[in-house]
Ligand binder design. Structure first.
Ligand SMILES: Nc1ncnc2c1ncn2[C@@H]1O[C@H](COP(=O)(O)OP(=O)(O)O)[C@@H](O)[C@H]1O
Ligand SMILES: [Mg+2]
Length: 264
């Protein structure tokens, strides 16, 4: 199988807890397995980013420190700050562990960071968390694809629809948006057809609920494919990777001229 094309992919959780971080890191692992030469998971969840926590790999340097450099941030600085997650075959740029640096990070600080990441790595997966703020919106607008992770329940579905409406208002090409339904189970409130019908959009990928495997992965700070390579969950994640293998839509240009709703 050929290496995946160069891409910047944003992963957004429709509602906190749907699985954006879970998907971002496990997809990075799949990309590495399929031969992507260099992969970065960039944690842009400035509220409670936990890529470092998920992989039991706290960084000595973090995105917040890089942001302090503003426009001067470049690929060399990102490389100096990124940390290897050796077992997964990718690198991570984490958020600080403590929650004391809660300044609002704007588009002006985020755009140079994204440009430097795009320049330095073949694949960049941005964990946007569940908050739509200037930083995560800048990342979503600059991405080749936006994966919106939702769960089969009414609050998540409602928020997925609100996100879609926002993208439409902002003129984001909704072809770039891929919905991923996570935590599917027999006891789920909604079935997959209902979710698709309500969204008015096809589901790109479906991932089952597997509490036990995820609890082990959380506990050990490892990827699903390492703790349970033969599990059905691992298979679902391999299938989800397939979307990144498709030819990319031409990249949007990263521009500093966007007018975000709250900066008008
Ligand atoms: N398919 C799944 N089955 C069971 N638990 C899952 C699944 N996907 C994610 N989880 C768990 O749900 C919790 C929240 O996931 P997380 O990625 O932190 O959500 P988010 O980043 O969207 O807030 C984590 O403990 C994670 O391991
Ligand atoms: Mg998260």
């Amino acid at each position: 199988m050929s290496a995946p094309p160069r891409e910047l992919v944003a992963v957004l959780s429709a509602k906190g807890g749907c699985g954006a971080t879970f998907l971002a890191i496990n997809l990075a692992g799949e990309l590495a397995r399929h031969g992507a030469p260099s992969i970065l998971v960039l944690d842009l969840d400035f509220c409670k980013g936990d890529v470092g926590g998920f992989l039991d790999a706290p960084g000595e340097c973090d995105v917040h420190q890089l942001i302090q450099a503003g426009d001067h941030v470049d690929t060399a600085m990102l490389r100096g700050c990124a940390r290897d997650y050796g077992e997964g075959g990718f690198q991570i740029l984490v958020q600080p562990e403590d929650l004391t640096n809660l300044d609002v990070i704007g588009q002006a600080e985020t755009v140079p960071l994204l440009e430097a990441a795009r320049e330095g790595w073949d694949q960049v997966i941005v964990d946007c968390g569940s908050r739509i703020d200037p930083a995560t919106l800048a990342a979503m607008l600059a991405s080749d694809r936006v994966l919106v992770v939702l769960t089969p329940d009414i609050p998540a579905l409602r928020d997925a629809k609100r996100i879609l409406a926002l993208f439409t208002r902002l003129g984001v090409d909704t072809d770039r948006v891929r919905f991923v339904l996570n935590k599917i189970s027999r006891s789920a409130r909604l079935d997959e057809d209902e979710v698709e019908e309500q969204l008015g959009h096809p589901l790109y990928a479906r991932i089952r609920r597997d509490e036990e495997t995820c609890a082990t992965a959380d506990l050990e700070g490892r990827l699903v494919r390492h703790v349970a390579p033969l599990s059905a969950l691992s298979r679902d994640l391999r299938r989800t990777w397939g979307c990144l293998d498709e030819a990319p839509i031409p990249s949007p240009r990263i521009s500093k001229r966007w007018s975000l709703p709250w900066s008008r």
